[in-house]
Design a protein around this ligand. Structure first.
Ligand code: B1M
Length: 213
């Protein structure tokens, strides 16, 4: 790995978002392709953080810093990736379900999915079933991810899946749910395709569903 790619990887792991623009620009000016910077510099750093997070060796604040570092680099790389016609790994649609305003965990899932090379459309929080349906039709994601932090809003997940079924688009997507009160058996009960207990597990599941795991 070239020295600059290794520096980028380390900067993501250390959550060093302050140096990210300078390092990324250095890599671009040095003639590296945006895709190579992403695949061989940023992603290995983010993958490392994902593994450490799952193992309980790093915690949410560190992951957020790493995700922010990754995002800073992506702001520079995205236009170049689009220009060069590089295909992202797949599309992920995210939202916190209706009635629920908690979005920190969902944002983490989004940032880590972007870090893993997916195109993410984040609908935000308090998202009604019909808005998920509309976005599935327009954005045509591979995976829909729903987050809920309140026991009272878990039912909105079920209602969203029903709305997707009624609109005839349920089978076009894989559905992942997560959030503190959510469980694997709840996911099964409401007809979701999977449950992820944390953002790193969500990314692994998304990768599996689009066949890049
Ligand atoms: Co609220 N809140 N809150 N809150 N809040 C909780 C969730 C609560 C457990 C606190 C408590 O009572 N101990 C409790 C819920 C009880 C319950 O239903 N079981 C609660 C309550 C009651 C409320 C209000 C009703 C309080 C009130 O007004 N009386 C109110 C509800 C508002 C609403 O949503 N309609 C409310 C409001 C708020 C704030 C707005 C003040 C704020 C949210 C700010 C924001 O998100 N922008 C807030 C906060 C911050 C919390 C706590 C303290 C922290 C949540 C958090 O961000 N955790 C929380 C108590 C706690 O958890 N200690 C609490 C960090 C985050 C990284 O973790 O979101 O779990 P988490 O995400 C994890 C995993 O769950 C998973 O990955 C992440 C980690 O990798 N994950 C996914 C999440 N989404 C995923 C999706 C996936 C896969 C994995 O796939 C798509």
């Amino acid at each position: 790995m070239s020295e600059i790619l290794s520096k980028l990887s380390t900067a993501v792991i250390e959550g060093n978002f302050k140096d990210m623009t300078k390092l990324t620009q250095e890599a671009i000016d040095g003639g590296l392709e945006a895709q190579q910077i992403l695949n061989e510099g940023l992603m290995p750093g983010m993958d490392h953080i994902g593994v450490q997070f799952r193992a309980g060796n790093v915690f949410v604040p560190e992951v957020l810093r790493s995700a922010r570092a990754m995002q800073t680099a992506m702001d520079l790389l995205k236009p170049l990736l689009i220009q060069s016609g590089v295909k992202m790994r797949g599309k992920v649609l995210l939202g916190t379900v209706k009635g629920d305003l908690h979005d920190i965990g969902k944002n983490l899932v989004g940032m880590m999915c972007e870090g893993a090379g997916f195109e993410v459309k984040d609908l935000g929080k308090d998202i009604a079933p019909e808005d998920f349906v509309k976005a599935v039709k327009e954005f045509e994601p591979d995976v829909v991810g729903m987050s809920a932090l309140l026991t009272t809003t878990m039912r909105s997940m079920e209602q969203t899946i029903k709305a997707l079924q009624e609109a005839g688009v349920r089978d076009r997507v894989k559905i992942i749910i997560g959030g503190a009160p959510v469980t694997g058996s709840f996911a099964e009960q409401i007809g979701a395709d999977g449950y992820a207990s944390n953002a790193a597990a969500a990314v692994e599941m998304v990768k599996k569903f689009v066949g890049v795991a």
